[in-house]
Design a protein around this ligand. Structure first.
Ligand code: HEC
Length: 364
């Protein structure tokens, strides 16, 4: 059975309904008490334009197009963690021409921070791309990739600079030779608007290869930094993986299915109780857990930044992607093993926990 867009969603997940769902997502109700969960993946349309997209963020060519709202959440998985509480949103527009692809990001910020210096930090925005993607290829860990599964990044700062970077997990960020990305930011009336433009593909290693014609779908993620709040490096807000959908691209049906694949239904209330009964609350912080332990990553925004399939995998195979926080893993012969025991329990219990995790977006 397919998800019915018009159908009322039962509490407590009704709020999630406002998050735009990606393609085929999550469905199937086995029992009447079950709730369905949507994950945080949006489909962002990329408009085709016969002229190449404009670098000027104030161009009417940008502003006349509707934007997709993407939530960004404080990075709390790996210390040092962001101290600003709560989600923010970034409005995303995207266009492409025969040669270039461009992204227009817009977010509110009362006061621009444009200089860098001792104790001063500039505002920033980053676009993160998986270096490899497509049917059968797993997405990199949202926190800048993981071992063997790298990401490419474009990093704009309020002082006007833009850099090309690559990473294979937190703490592995490395500058790359420029890949030709251009970025321009304009702050006006409490709003930053920033455009990134680059050729679809450029030669060389460690570059984002954006192939509109091949798959029609390209995963992408975003992060923003507020310089006034002393945000820099890992102190930032980040989104879940989103999917760019190129207007004239030929969508690879297998890849579309993979990106929207996991069907979960469960009871979030029961999932919350199971977090204590199954020992998760002994290691993880989340709003309903008064103890706030830090043995594993804080899960306060788990449903905002992680896909359902990643959370599913985290439960069953914790060592498949090991979050590289200090004290989160053991290392032997270069191989990292998570300190988290794999989930043991029934499938119903697992789904209840998954639905609860997917509902976690910072709310109490
Ligand atoms: C002994 C402590 C411990 C217990 C018990 C534990 N975890 Fe974990 N968990 C960790 C550690 C450490 C990590 C980070 C290493 C890794 O990636 O597995 C982690 C990672 C995770 C992640 C990925 C988080 C991210 O930011 O990527 C999720 C989700 C998660 N755990 C959920 C659970 C759930 C649900 C339970 C209970 C069924 C549980 N954990 C039980 C220690 C624990």
């Amino acid at each position: 059975m397919k998800a019915q867009p018009g159908r009322p969603w039962p509490a407590p997940l009704a709020s999630i309904r406002s998050a735009r769902r990606f393609g085929l997502l999550l469905l199937v109700t086995f029992c009447p008490a079950a709730v369905q969960a949507a994950d945080a993946v949006s489909s962002i349309p990329v408009k085709w334009s016969t002229a190449e997209p404009a670098l000027d963020p104030a161009s009417p060519n940008w502003l006349r197009h509707p934007a997709t709202t993407v939530s960004v959440y404080p990075q709390v998985g790996v210390p040092p963690v962001a101290t600003q509480a709560g989600a923010a949103t970034v409005k995303v527009r995207a266009q492409y021409g025969a040669r270039t692809v461009a992204l227009h990001l817009e977010w509110t910020d009362d006061k621009p921070a444009q200089d860098r210096g001792v104790g001063r930090f500039a505002d920033g925005a980053a676009v993160q791309w998986p270096m490899r993607y497509g049917s059968g290829t797993a997405l990199p860990y949202i926190g800048m990739g993981h071992g063997g599964t790298p990401v490419a990044l474009w990093f704009w700062r309020g002082d006007g600079s833009v850099e090309t970077l690559a990473a294979e997990g937190f703490g592995t960020l490395s500058a790359q030779a420029p890949d030709g990305v251009k970025a321009k930011g304009v702050w006006k009336d409490g709003t930053w608007r920033v455009v990134f433009v680059r050729a679809h593909s450029v030669p060389g290693e460690h570059r984002a290869s954006i192939a509109p014609a091949k798959l029609g779908l390209v995963p992408v993620a975003f992060a923003i930094w507020s310089g006034d709040a002393a945000e820099r490096n890992g102190l930032k807000r980040l989104s879940a993986w989103q999917v760019l959908r190129f207007e004239k691209g030929k969508v690879d049906a297998a890849y579309e299915k993979q990106l929207g694949e996991l069907a979960v239904s469960g009871d979030a209330g029961r999932g919350k109780r199971l977090m204590s009964e199954k020992g998760c609350a002994a290691c993880h912080s989340f709003p309903a857990n008064a103890a706030q332990p830090r043995i594993g990553p804080d899960l306060t925004y788990a449903g905002g930044i992680h896909s359902a399939s990643y959370l599913h995998e985290s439960l069953l195979e914790p060592s498949r992607v090991v979050v590289p926080g200090k004290g989160y893993f053991m290392e032997q012969d270069g191989k990292r093993t998570s300190l988290m025991p794999p989930f043991t329990g029934t499938e119903t219990e697992r789904n209840d926990i998954l639905v609860y995790l997917m509902s976690l977006r910072g709310q109490p």
